[in-house]
Design a binder for this molecule. Structure first.
Ligand code: UD1
Ligand code: UDP
Length: 368
């Protein structure tokens, strides 16, 4: 078996790295094609995880739209698929790279394995376009690796055959556990010195459906949080998407105790997460990592496909209304007990063995 593994963005690289490592550990040859839907965010991860790249489609252009990423991925992958004729194509998550690669494989009659299958909000526009990307990818796929029992139930409810679904845990947890025990993580200095009498709130936001209203409202909430809590320092590594950057810089650049940073590499970012008293984010991956680091998360979205964190008590869905965000964040910043209650939850997204389960299933189905 020589799978072709296709990915293009930061979260896909992080969540596929454990699978690639497991393939390597078992001596299974594989080929990697990056679309490079992300460029600067992707390249350091290829280096960190020592991922061999056989094809680089170089798709990213500044301020790209969904048509660009979809059509370029689809047309550039055609040649790769025809040349490689892989036994299967492996994709992860809900990006446009993931969906377009699955569609290209379907056109070439190559079976698709989808890591992180079955996540749903039920609203096609939330998150946009990810909810539709993952629905379409799931229905194009032969193997659906659902991270949780909840995700598997979502798939059954859509009529997916039981025989195609396997519950594996999320590979994001494999990646974070690997990082925590890696010597390079231990020797990575914290990216910022935070004075002892200050508490760090880590913020990130980048969702497309939040560009026009959500992100300005999130900025207003951050402004109000530092005003109300003189011992709070907000650190915000800003996504390079110009639609995010412009709004965030305009609104937060001049504020004291709000530090806008360039995106951090994975290991320093995990260090920063571990230092935080609280995380405010609309990121999917960060919701999955935070429980392992014992940091509560307020999810800056109206709907979530990750209810497990809410049920476990480590996360709360708060939307983008500034008043609501401040109302939910304040008790966590004021009361160590409130914070500790949330922080103690176990990680509901996985146990660090997801990649092993995924590779075992692929090996045994392809051998038979
Ligand atoms: C993409 C995914 C989203 C995922 C996110 C993770 C889609 C439609 N969106 O959103 O699901 O949550 O990645 O971060 O698949 N840019 C750079 N350098 C980079 C990356 C991005 O300059 O390394 C800028 C470029 O101007 C680019 C723009 O950001 O055109 C948007 O990138 P894109 O991948 O289309 O959207 P994201 O918001 O990053
Ligand atoms: N991340 C990172 N540096 C940063 C911000 C995030 O390495 O400055 C990592 C984070 O640990 C997580 C992933 O990027 O693993 C999440 O990516 P993002 O929020 O862009 O995408 P999503 O998970 O929402 O698709």
């Amino acid at each position: 078996m020589a799978p072709l593994v296709v990915f293009g963005t930061r979260p896909e690289a992080i969540k596929l790295a454990p699978v690639l490592r497991e393939l390597t550990r078992r001596g299974v040859p594989y080929r990697v094609c990056v679309t490079a839907q992300h460029r600067e965010l992707l390249d350091p991860l290829l280096k960190l995880f020592e991922i061999p790249v056989h094809y680089d489609l170089g798709v990213m252009e500044p301020d790209q739209d969904l048509f660009h990423v979809t059509t370029e991925t689809l047309s550039r992958l055609k040649g790769v698929l025809r040349r490689e004729r892989p036994e299967l194509l492996l994709v992860q998550g809900d990006t446009t790279t993931c969906f377009a690669a699955a569609l290209a494989a379907f056109y070439e009659r190559v079976p698709v394995a989808h890591v992180e299958a079955g996540l749903r909000t039920g609203d096609p526009y939330c998150p946009y376009p990810e909810e539709m990307n993952r629905r379409l990818t799931d229905h194009l796929s032969r193997w659906l690796f659902a991270p949780t029992a909840h995700a598997a139930r979502n798939l059954r409810a859509e009529g997916v055959d039981e025989g195609r679904i396997v519950i594996t845990g999320n590979t994001a947890v494999d990646a974070v556990l690997w990082a925590l025990q890696d010597e390079r993580f231990r020797s990575t200095p914290p990216p910022l010195e935070i004075p002892e009498d200050r508490r760090l709130v880590l913020a990130t936001a980048h969702r497309r459906e939040s560009f026009s209203q959500g992100i300005p409202r999130i900025c207003e909430a951050l402004r109000e949080l530092v005003r109300r809590h003189p011992d709070v320092e907000i650190v915000y590594p800003v996504h390079p998407n110009p639609n995010v950057r412009k709004v965030v810089e305009e609104r937060l650049r001049s504020l004291e105790r709000v530090r806008l940073l360039e995106p951090l590499e994975y290991l320093p970012f995990l260090k920063l997460m571990a230092q935080a008293a609280l995380i405010l984010t609309d990121s999917g991956g960060i919701q999955e990592e935070a429980p392992t680091l014992g940091v509560p998360v307020l999810v800056l979205r109206e709907k979530t496909e990750r209810p497990e964190g809410l049920e476990a008590g480590i996360a709360k869905l708060v939307g983008t209304d500034p008043e609501r965000i401040v109302k939910e964040a304040s008790p966590l910043l004021e009361s160590p007990q409130e914070r500790a209650r949330m922080a103690q939850a176990k990680n509901p997204y996985g146990d660090g063995q997801a990649a092993r389960r995924i590779v075992e299933v692929l090996l045994s189905s392809l051998r038979t």
